[in-house]
Write a protein of this length. Sequence first.
Length: 207
Amino acid sequence: MMSPTVASESSSTRICGPAYTVKIVFASDTSAPTLTTHFVDTVPAGSVVVINAPHQAKNAVWGGLMTAGAQARKAVGAVVSGKCRDLSDLRGANFPVFARSHSTLGLSPFTRASAVNVPIVIETLPGRDDENRGSDSSSYVFPPIHIKPGDWIVGDEDGVVCVPAEMKERVVEQATKDREVDARCLEDIKAGKGLQASFNKHRGTKN
């Protein structure tokens, strides 16, 4: 999905739960719907808040008060395709937050939430992910990420992925098998066997 900055304190921060999506628009966008209540007040227990904000926005769309509100509603974390703020509060809250960057500016008056629990699309950021481009500079190796409410969000210090709800069981099964294979590779490598031989034996591949 993406490799955002971990705004939480511990490098062991992990996140796992169904997505509760939030679409953020510029405050000047009068064509977008207007919510009647703060989006944090609608977050379901056990969910991961996934926020998609315009990448041009200079302000944060998540902060300490939102973290406190989400915790009170028993959410399990937040993933922000955008900026966050109040880093000291986030790091002391024991609540996983992943964001692309941070800012001193708040949500209002620059942006606002326009929809919750709707499909969102997280685009690859121009100019930031050039290493993810293919040989053709107009194409990306990683396409935009489509996230639906209820898709599973899994993340740690290495980054965040989205697992479509209908693929959850298949992904868990494959990930379990891959972990077992890598454990056998590690055992052989620690015993002095070469990586190539270990990969050929257990992975059936060269890398």
